[in-house]
Write a protein that binds this ligand. Sequence first.
Ligand SMILES: [Zn+2]
Length: 180
Amino acid sequence: MSQLIVLVTGSRLYDDAWTIKRVLDDVAEDAVAEEVDELVIRHGACYPKRDPKTGRIPARSADWLTHLWIARFGPDHPIRIIEQERPAQWEAPCRAACKSRTHKERPVDHRRPRGTTTYCPKAGVYRNKDMVLEDPRPNLGVAFLRDNSSGTSNCITTMREFGIHVEEIPYELSDSPGPT
Ligand SMILES: [Zn+2]
């Protein structure tokens, strides 16, 4: 059985759902043309918080819009589309690299308060590397860019470090904040 593994990354402010649809449609079309059995879409599941007033999850974040595309178009697609959500484990213990002496930019004890507990600011970086190294490794990366998101840049750099081709999709809508 053959698979095409695509790692999607992007800004949590990316809200151009039409561009995400166009790009993912193209990816899925290529998967059909390459006669793969399954298209696997792996992403960081960084979803917006539900709006307490409307009870809805706002339509932004590359991960969320990718999730919605899979839910909406996956079931009827000619090939099987599989979603792999890989959220960062912010409250997990620090990893060895957090304590390394080469980790100069932060003190060894760098956990930060979050409510009643603390979180590791490097959790997103660790998750990105895990997504890249997870077996089977991605065949392709797609990055939806907006506002120089550092998490997105880190994911792109990590993919390239491991020889994965990344397509960068620029943000083309007006950057002025619209109504939410
Ligand atoms: Zn840490």
